[in-house]
Design a protein around this ligand. Structure first.
Ligand SMILES: NC(=O)c1ccc[n+]([C@@H]2O[C@H](COP(=O)([O-])OP(=O)(O)OC[C@H]3O[C@@H](n4cnc5c(N)ncnc54)[C@H](O)[C@@H]3O)[C@@H](O)[C@H]2O)c1
Length: 266
């Protein structure tokens, strides 16, 4: 018996594919047999990921995209269909963050984060769904965050945007279920991607993050790719409208620690 991979014969677009979670997912999707469009606003990053995929015998192309821009997202989807003939999976993963409270955050920052994190998911669906319909189905996966499930401090627009991604996921799943298109979100805890690694240069951030996750560590990009590949695959054929939490136990534990026997440092 030959193992052809979970995504054998499928075509997939991964936005933000040039770095972090998107890069790990592009590598994994290709390993599982998908033809991958590595889409990123930083074209040179996508080119590097495509070279790595090709070096391992996979199939991929790099596309420059601004996920906040309608014409750019339309062109990204066209590039996939022109090159590979179809579109089965869209991983809306690109995102951005501007820290701040409502008082100190600029309105321009609000608009940027909402456009990159939320409008992108709407645009992705707008242009991907018609092609998925032609195939009789498909899978859309959106990267939300645990920040969309609770109120992180000084993250007013990021938290709002990720909460919106979660409910947009539900709404899209309802609209497109009759067409065989599943739509799900992933809510990662803290994951060791380049922006987080920069944050972890601060020892206080390291301590807070290790304590916040029950498993005593932050996650790796490949651990989110594991969830993405499953949601994208037919293994998740009865899963739609869900926001799957992959957070090392961050959300499960109480900030009070263990009752009557507080663990040191908790
Ligand atoms: N790392 C974490 O701890 C964490 C936790 C929860 C959610 N997330 C989410 O995961 C996703 C990926 O983040 P990451 O941590 O891998 O970051 P990253 O910076 O490593 O990767 C993000 C990629 O998105 C690209 N990008 C940014 N704006 C874009 C745009 N307008 N159009 C196209 N591409 C654009 C960047 O160039 C970059 O390559 C984001 O949606 C982020 O909000 C990350």
């Amino acid at each position: 018996m030959t193992n052809k991979g979970l995504l054998w014969g499928k075509t997939a677009i991964i936005t933000g594919g040039g770095s972090g979670i998107g890069e790990a997912s592009a590598m994994r999707f290709a390993r599982e047999g998908a033809a991958v469009v590595v889409a990123d606003i930083r074209r040179h990053k996508s080119d590097i990921v495509v070279s790595e995929i090709e070096a391992r015998g996979g199939v991929a192309i790099a596309v420059e995209v601004d996920v906040a821009d309608e014409a750019s997202v339309s062109a990204m989807v066209d590039a996939c269909v022109d090159r590979f003939g179809s579109l089965d999976v869209l991983f809306n993963n690109a995102g951005t963050l501007r820290p701040g409270t409502a008082v100190d955050l600029d309105t321009a920052d609000w608009d940027l984060v909402m456009a990159v994190n939320v409008r992108s998911v709407f645009l992705g669906a707008k242009f991907a769904v018609p092609h998925m319909r032609k195939r009789g189905g498909g899978s859309i996966v959106n990267t939300a965050s645990i920040s969309g499930l609770h109120g992180d401090g000084r993250a007013v627009v990021y938290a709002a945007s990720k909460g919106a991604v979660i409910n947009l996921t539900r709404a899209l799943s309802t609209d497109h279920a009759p067409e065989g298109i599943r739509v799900n979100a992933i809510c990662p805890g803290t994951i060791a991607t380049p922006p987080v690694q920069r944050m972890m240069a601060n020892p206080d951030a390291v301590e807070v993050n290790l304590r916040a996750h029950s498993l005593g560590r932050i996650g790796q990009p490949a651990e989110i790719a594991n969830a993405a590949v499953w949601l994208a695959s037919d293994e998740a054929s009865f899963v739609t409208g869900e926001a799957i939490v992959v957070d090392g136990g961050l959300r499960a534990q109480s900030p009070l620690g263990v009752m009557g026997d507080p663990r040191p440092g908790r």
